[in-house]
Design a binder for this molecule. Structure first.
Ligand code: IMP
Length: 430
């Protein structure tokens, strides 16, 4: 039963989209298990660039079922735009399926996301303003509208009326005009009509695929340190991007997971607020942002840049019980004389080797760096580990030894082809 989970091992944007595309071609079923259209996955296939925010990148393979899991919050408008755009780019796609238990994002969620951010003043989280936090708030408060209700012509108008009353009174506290029930109902009923054919109870389907020994890929969004419980709270997203979230957001038990791959860059990026121990808020950071084109797929924001933080990466390996690392953007670190990696933190005069869970404490730590030799040349044509410069291989070995996690895959460029499989056996856990 090869079931593989892919998670981000840093703060998101680790180039998981490309990996899910590469491995999605081998999978029968790809499930996205958390988040919403706050995520942005870019896939470059046969010279075409595809951008996904909600739909699993596996949809590009016509024999793959691409499922939006119960752990997701789905914006119907965004979903339909993405579906239409992808269909216009490639006429043959996989099968799109949406869990009846996934929650729906409405306009009031997006409005409240922006209004709550504004109200935070200097303590802004830097959310994507896609309504993700407010939609999960409703889920936890047990007033959210699930897909099964959304596509039910009788129940949706009743549920919307009740929820909109509550939301309009909240919007009034921010001095905002109430949303019109008739307008929202008309617009969203039209979306529901188009989405209805894709919605179904997905747990039995996933269970059957697992029992039949099909290849099932559980695709994470965001990254470990944006996890609601394990991340740098409150500077986190409102879902569970860690491997544990894959079980919850798909509806399978932990014994059905065979392998967990953690995707990390050879350096670190973060978008939004919150502590970032190895941040390079200087010319070097600007240089890496430029050569790495580190600008958000969803918001276009320039990403914060830092050296590789091995203390954090080791923590992510433990939290996700990683079977292997997928190291991306090795090509971007070419042509640096030396490269720094954080191997410890200094906190109040003492050295520590773990990530403190309290953000105030974490924001006080100073990284302790080890300097490693850089390498030269364009790595994009490398297809085997042996094709890489000696120093680049040493860098990867250092990451693996420090984190006690072997390297499974290396990415040396954005294209599907620019991929090195370092250890095939780690991928599907066979
Ligand atoms: P939200 O998920 O929009 O509520 O944003 C919460 C935090 O997670 C903010 O710091 C965002 O920048 C960050 N975030 C959300 N999605 C992503 C992503 O896909 N990549 C990187 N950061 C993200």
């Amino acid at each position: 039963m090869p079931t593989l989970v892919i998670v981000g091992a840093q703060w998101g944007d680790e180039a998981k989209g490309k990996l899910v595309d590469v491995l999605g071609s081998q999978a029968n079923l790809v499930v996205r298990f958390a988040g919403g259209n706050n995520a942005g996955h870019t896939v470059i296939a046969k010279g075409k660039e595809f951008k996904f925010h909600l739909i699993p990148a596996g949809i590009l393979h016509k024999n793959t079922k691409a499922l939006l899991g119960s752990g997701m919050v789905v914006c119907p408008k965004g979903l339909l735009e993405e579906w239409d755009r992808t269909l216009a780019q490639q006429s043959e796609l996989g099968e799109l399926i949406i869990s009846s238990a996934a929650h729906v994002v409405f306009p009031y969620h997006r409005m409240l996301d922006s209004l709550e951010e504004e109200a935070r003043g200097d303590n802004k989280i830097g959310t994507t303003t896609r309504g993700i936090g407010p939609a999960y708030q409703d889920k936890v408060a047990r007033i959210g509208i699930r897909m099964s209700e959304f596509v039910d012509k009788i129940r949706f108008p009743i549920r919307l009326k009740a929820v909109l009353e509550v939301k309009n009174s909240y919007l009034a506290q921010f001095g905002k005009e109430p949303l019109s029930y008739d307008d929202v109902l008309a617009e969203y009923s039209a979306y529901a009509d188009r989405i209805r054919p894709f919605v179904r109870d997905t747990e039995p389907m996933v269970a059957e695929a697992v029992e039949a020994g099909e290849k099932v890929l559980l695709e994470g969004a965001q990254g470990t340190f944006l996890d609601l419980d394990s991340g740098t709270y409150p500077y986190v997203t409102s879902s569970h991007p860690v491997a544990g979230g894959a079980c919850l957001g798909t509806g399978i038990g932990p014994r059905h997971i065979d392998s967990v791959l953690g995707v990390c860059k050879t350096y670190t990026t973060r978008v939004g607020g919150g502590p970032f121990p190895t941040e390079l808020d200087n010319e070097l950071g600007d240089h890496i942002r430029t050569i790495g084109k580190e600008f958000g797929t969803t918001t276009g924001r320039g990403r914060r840049i830092g050296w590789l933080d091995l203390v954090a990466l080791r923590h992510a390996c433990r939290l996700n019980s990683l079977s292997g690392l997928v190291v991306t953007r090795l090509d971007i670190l070419s042509n640096f004389e030396t490269i720094q990696v954080a191997v410890k933190y200094r906190l109040d005069g003492a050295e520590i080797d773990y990530v403190p869970s309290d953000v105030d404490v974490l924001s006080r730590v100073e990284p302790v760096y080890q300097e490693l030799p850089g390498w030269e040349g364009d790595l994009r044509s490398a297809r085997k580990v042996e094709d890489l410069p000696r120093e680049a291989r040493a860098y990867l070995d250092f990451m693996a030894e420090f984190t006690k996690t072997p390297v499974a895959i290396i990415s040396v460029g954005p294209d599907r082809e620019e991929t090195i499989i370092a250890n095939e056996n780690l991928i599907w856990g066979e």
